[in-house]
Structures are given as structure tokens and as C-alpha cells.
Design a protein around this ligand. Structure first.
Ligand SMILES: [Zn+2]
Length: 89
């Protein structure tokens, strides 16, 4: 366990998650929204289109798509070229 800065709201918290307990439900909601969207729709060509279709911010999408579940989607969108987000591991 270590101090982390929440990737959504910037609050400091102690957990193994990348978001604070307040934001965890929002993250989970958006993740299931994203999964549902990708199941029912063709993957858009750009992350911006995906963001406007799902209502999830590009910043959060980048974070979600870094997960292994979405590796095929991420490679399709080629999200690494606009990764101005810092990755903390
Ligand atoms: Zn938070």
C-alpha cells in the first residue's frame, strides 16, 4: 500500500487502485459503459469519436484502454501517439 494521487480527481489516497474510493464507482460505471459500447458497436477510428460516443473523457479512455482487456481496441486506435498522460506503475 502506498500514497497515490487519484487519476480522476487528484485526491491523495492509500490503496492499490489507480483511483480514489470516491471515484471508483464512476470508473466502474464508465468501464462497463465502454465495454457495452464496444460489444454493440464497431470500434470508432479515433479515440475522440469513442469519447463523444460514450461520453467518457479522452483522458479516462486512455487509462481504460491501457488495460489488457482492451489491448486489441487500443492497438486499433493507436492511442500511444497521443499519450501525454503519465503512466504510474
Ligand atoms: Zn478521485
Amino acid at each position: 500500500m502506498e500514497f497515490k494521487k487519484c487519476k480522476r480527481c487528484g485526491a491523495f489516497f492509500v490503496s492499490n487502485n489507480s483511483v480514489c474510493p470516491n471515484c471508483e464507482p464512476k470508473d466502474n460505471l464508465e468501464l462497463s459503459k465502454l465495454k457495452g459500447f464496444l460489444t454493440e458497436n464497431e470500434c470508432p477510428n479515433s479515440i475522440e469519436t469513442l469519447a463523444s460516443s460514450t461520453g467518457i473523457s479522452v483522458k479516462n479512455l486512455n487509462r481504460f484502454l491501457a488495460k489488457e482487456d482492451f489491448s486489441s481496441v487500443a492497438s486499433k486506435l493507436d492511442i500511444n501517439k497521443n499519450s501525454n498522460i503519465s503512466v504510474q506503475l
